[in-house]
Structures are given as structure tokens and as C-alpha cells.
Design a protein. Structure first.
Length: 576
């Protein structure tokens, strides 16, 4: 086999390898540790190197023969370098071995190459032994903890907020029952008061003990390491149950529902002070919405809450309005408007003044804060005016046609107030807050009072002077002499103020022993009336004293006719 031709590049590479090999050997010599060692087996390293080199050469030869024998085979430079390095190491090792063997016979120093080869092996073995030892310790610890968590809860486990980490199911059941027996729900009430509901009062218990077992079963002992970093899945809320009947009975026994101490809430009210209304603040009270409280207590027990603040959950029944509510301010303003009214009633020369000090007694604010005027109170007031000024027969001061003021009493004249209309009129005036002077609404209207309540339409009869006047709306329609009742015979015409009952023509007046036909008949006091008297030719003077009538007012025909034509039923007839 021909020797392969080496290129300049390959030759340079081989020279570099030889130099690097020499440096490596020199480095190994410097690192030989001078301490006693086992007896070095001579030539062992050299033989191994030579054998490896020969094996490589043979392998290359066989490869070359397979490719065609005489053909030149290109050997990779890496193989050439490796082969050259092996030879260099083998030659150097053999030389060093011989020198060291002679120099260190007595000390039997171990060959440096063998020493260099064995040291990494010992470190590796120590490292492997350490890893195995630590691994075994960790495995033993892991398996030990796995066995522990077969019967114990993971770290970080919670039931209803109670930490049950590392506890057995039995210990957890005992812990939870103990906690339940000591549980109580505190109710914080208004005024610093408080009450408690204990678990035993309402039969509070867990729905099922199996819930604890279920949580434990869900905790795989082999995954306890994962659980140390994620505890979210190991917290549970055990369902609670209670006796509904016992709960209702316990709530009914709460002191806050004792009727003797319950203060009802009250909306703001209004008080009349110094001629105006002011707002009186609301009363919060302490009455509780039982249905709402029951719901919160029920939820609190099921969640095992420790405290329920009745104020915070708005359990107290509050007044509908407070003193600053817009509705309350509007009602106050309306009341003050009503009491600002002033009504002055006139009755002739008399007056009746109605003001806020009386009106405020009539005002009502209902539960919906609507302001109304008490109609019954208004009616009572109008009735009082009627009794005072509408009484028949009361003494009146009358300005006679002669200019004299005559006091007249008796008679049946009554000019009544129209109560129904006056009540509504007065209520309207009050609601509008008016100030006015007025007269009541009457069943009969008059032009004006003058100096009495008779008005300006009336018949005036002067019994002493035997004269009659008829005024219509203040204007004299007719006047003249008359003849009234016979004084001597006891038929004197009664004094007083009467009202005309009706009028009729062509009547026949009948009495004991007489029947007198008349053209105009106008009765005002029973059987006494005004009529014509065609049987008389003279009127006035003192005829009435001895030859008067049976009590009627005898008039000349023309006067009777004028009165009849203009008078209306209800017109006052004044006899004095």
C-alpha cells in the first residue's frame, strides 16, 4: 500500500497537533500529585495506547482495501490528528513511566496519567452518590407526606372560614361541632342595645357531615406538593340548616319586638305658634320591619355571620318624610297661606272678624300630607253667626221714616244665612288666603243693611201715627194714612218685624160674625195682613182706638194696589 501524500495544510495541522500534544503532556506532569499511591502496573497505559493506534491503522487499511486496493484513499484530517495524538501520548507515557518507575521505586508513586484518569471518576462517583442520597431523602419525605395526607387535610384547607390544615376528618368534625356550639349571632340595635341568637336556639346544624369527607376525598394525597402552591380549591362552605319554627319563635321573643318598648316612627308635624305654622321634627322611633329582619337573620345564620347591624341594613321602619323634605315645606307654606286669611262679616252696624287664630283650628293635614279645611268646623262657625244674627224677634235698632231710631222686638222676620253656600264660600276664601270685608250669603238678598239687617225693601207701619210707607230698594213707592186694630175691642195690631207670607187678589176675609171681600190681600202675621177697605172713606187719626179693624191694616184702595203691585213674599213688614 503506497503512503498517502500529505498536503501542506495537512502537514501544518499535524505539526500543530504534535506541539499541542507536547504541551498537554507537560501540563499533566506538572499536575502530578506527590503522594503515595498503589504500585503502578508497568506499561499498561502504553500498551493500551499502542493497541488503539494499531486498531485504527488496521481499520483504515481494511476500508482502503474495500474501496479498491491500490486506489489512494483520502483519510479525514480529524482521524489523522487523532491517530497522531494517540501515538504522541503513548510514546510520552511510556517514557515517563520508565523514568518515574526508577525514581520512585521506594515510594511506589501512582502513574500521573492513571491518577488524572481516576480523579474525575471519584468526583463523578461522589456526585452521583450525593444525588442519589438527596433523591432518596426527598422520595422518602414525599412518600411520608403522601401517607400523612391520606388521612389529613391539605395545608391551607378551610371550612366555613375555619383553618383545618393538617387535621383528620374526625378532628375536623369535632372542631366544627365545637365551633357550632359556641356560635352566636349578635344583633346590634338602635340605642346601643344588642341581643344574641345562639345556634341551639334555632336548631342550627350542618346539612351533612359527608361534606367534610367529600372535601377530603377531593384532595389527592399524591398531589400534596401542588396544593402547597394553590389552596384556592381547598376552601369550602358547608351548608347549614335550621328549624324554621324555632327561628320564628326566637325572633318573636326578641326584646326589640316587645310592644311596651316599641316607639312608632312619626312624620314631621306642624304647630301653630305666634300666628304662623312651624315644623316639628320627625320621630325616628324604633319599630322594626320583622319580615326584613327575619330574612337577614336567616341569611346570617346560614353564612355563620357574627354580627348584624340593624341600622346598617335599614331594618328600622323610617318616617316617610323628614323635616327638610320638599313635601313638608310645601305643606307648611300652604298652612301659613290659609291662616293669613282675614274675613270681616258685617251685620248692619255689627261686625264679626275671622282670623288665623280661629282658622288654624279648622285645618287638617292628613296622612298623605294633603291640607284640607274641616267643613264641620266651618259649619259650626256659620251656625253661630246664624244664631246670633238670624234669631226671629230679636230687638233691632230701626231708623224710622220720621228720623227717629226705634227699637223693635218680636215678630217672625228671619232673613236666614244660606249656610250651604256660605260654608263653601268661606272655605274658598281661606284657601286663597284672602283678606276681605263681606256679608254672608242670605236666602234673601237686600240692597244694603243701613242701620239694621232689614234692608231697604220693606213696609213700615207707624201704629201711633197711623201711617204706612213702602220702600223698594230704598225708594219710597207709596205712603198714606191707615186704620189698624181696634184698641178698645182688644184687637190692637201686634208690634214686631214680620215677613210677608204671600199676596192674593179678590179674597174674602172671614171672622166671627163677618165676611169682608177685598181686592188685595197681603197677610204677614197669621190672619193679620194689609188689604184695601172700600167700606171706609176716612183713614188715619184716632179711628183705630174705637173703630179699628180686627187687627189688619186697612188701606185706601190706591195704596193697597201700589203695595200689591211691587211687593214680594218675604218682604219685611215693620210694625211699631
Amino acid at each position: 500500500m503506497e503512503k498517502e501524500t500529505e498536503s501542506p495544510v495537512e502537514e501544518g495541522a499535524l505539526n500543530a497537533v504534535e506541539k499541542e500534544g507536547e504541551k498537554a503532556v507537560e501540563g499533566r506532569k506538572e499536575n502530578i500529585v506527590e503522594k503515595g499511591a498503589e504500585e503502578y502496573e508497568e506499561n499498561r497505559g502504553a500498551q493500551q495506547v499502542e493497541e488503539r493506534g494499531e486498531n485504527k491503522v488496521e481499520a483504515q487499511a481494511e476500508k482502503h482495501e474495500e474501496k479498491g486496493g491500490d486506489n489512494e484513499v483520502e483519510v479525514p484530517i480529524e482521524d489523522k490528528v487523532e491517530s497522531l495524538l494517540d501515538k504522541q501520548i503513548a510514546t510520552t507515557a511510556a517514557s515517563e513511566t520508565e523514568e518515574l518507575a526508577d525514581h520512585n521505586e521506594e515510594n511506589a508513586v501512582e502513574h500521573p496519567v492513571e491518577k488524572a484518569v481516576k480523579k474525575p471518576k471519584r468526583i463523578y462517583k461522589m456526585l452521583i452518590a450525593g444525588i442519589i442520597s438527596v433523591s432518596c431523602t426527598l422520595i422518602i419525605f414525599y412518600l411520608g407526606m403522601t401517607v400523612y395526607f391520606i388521612n389529613h387535610f391539605y395545608f391551607g384547607s378551610e371550612i366555613n372560614g375555619i383553618n383545618v390544615s393538617g387535621k383528620s376528618v374526625e378532628a375536623v368534625e369535632e372542631l366544627m361541632m365545637s365551633d357550632l356550639q359556641n356560635y352566636r349571632l349578635d344583633l346590634k340595635e338602635r340605642g346601643g342595645k344588642s341581643e344574641q341568637i345562639k345556634a341551639g336556639d334555632v336548631g342550627l346544624s350542618y346539612e351533612s357531615d359527608e361534606a367534610f369527607n367529600k372535601l377530603k376525598e377531593d384532595q389527592n394525597p399524591l398531589r400534596w406538593i401542588v396544593a402547597c402552591f394553590d389552596t384556592k380549591g381547598f376552601k369550602m362552605t358547608a351548608g347549614m340548616t335550621y328549624d324554621e319554627k324555632l327561628l320564628r319563635e326566637r325572633i318573636d321573643r326578641l326584646y326589640c319586638f316587645n310592644s311596651a318598648q316599641v316607639v312608632e316612627p312619626k312624620n314631621p308635624s306642624f304647630q301653630y305658634v305666634d300666628n304662623k305654622y312651624v315644623i316639628v321634627d320627625e320621630i325616628p322611633g324604633n319599630k322594626i320591619d320583622k319580615a326584613l329582619l327575619y330574612t337577614h337573620i336567616e341569611e346570617g345564620l346560614l353564612k355563620k355571620e357574627l354580627t348584624i347591624d340593624l341600622e346598617q341594613i335599614n331594618c328600622y321602619i323610617a318616617p316617610q318624610y323628614h323635616s327638610k323634605s320638599q313635601e313638608i315645606l310645601e305643606v307648611r307654606d300652604a298652612l301659613n297661606k290659609y291662616v293669613s286669611s282675614k274675613v270681616t262679616y258685617t251685620f248692619g252696624n255689627s261686625q264679626e272678624v275671622l282670623e288665623g287664630n280661629e282658622i288654624n283650628k279648622w285645618l287638617i293635614v292628613d296622612e298623605n300630607f294633603c291640607v284640607t279645611v274641616d267643613e264641620k268646623m266651618v259649619e259650626a262657625y256659620i251656625n253661630g253667626l246664624s244664631e246670633k244674627y238670624d234669631a226671629p224677634g230679636r230687638i233691632r235698632n230701626f231708623a224710622a221714616s220720621s228720623g227717629a231710631i226705634v227699637q223693635i222686638g218680636g215678630g217672625d222676620f228671619l232673613r236666614p244665612i244660606n249656610k250651604a253656600e256660605e260654608i263653601q264660600k268661606l272655605i274658598s276664601v281661606i284657601k286663597e288666603g284672602q283678606t276681605l270685608t263681606t256679608e254672608p250669603v242670605y236666602g234673601q238678598t237686600i240692597l244694603s243693611y243701613g242701620n239694621s239687617d232689614i234692608g231697604h225693601t220693606y213696609v213700615e207701619i207707624d201704629l201711633t201715627n197711623q201711617h204706612i210707607w213702602f220702600y223698594k230698594n230704598g225708594m219710597l213707592i207709596v205712603s198714606g194714612d191707615i186704620v189698624t186694630g181696634n184698641v178698645r175691642a182688644g184687637h190692637t195690631t201686634p208690634k214686631g218685624v214680620y215677613s210677608l207670607k204671600y199676596k192674593v187678589k179678590n179674597a174674602v176675609l172671614r171672622g166671627p160674625g163677618y165676611a169682608a171681600p177685598v181686592n188685595y190681600w197681603m197677610p204677614f202675621n197669621g190672619g193679620i195682613g194689609i188689604h184695601d177697605a172700600n167700606w171706609r172713606s176716612v183713614f188715619g187719626g184716632n179711628i183705630y182706638k174705637t173703630d179699628g179693624s180686627h187687627g189688619c191694616i186697612n188701606c185706601p184702595n190706591n195704596i193697597a194696589k201700589m203695595i200689591y203691585d211691587y211687593i214680594e213674599p218675604g218682604t219685611p213688614v215693620i210694625c211699631y
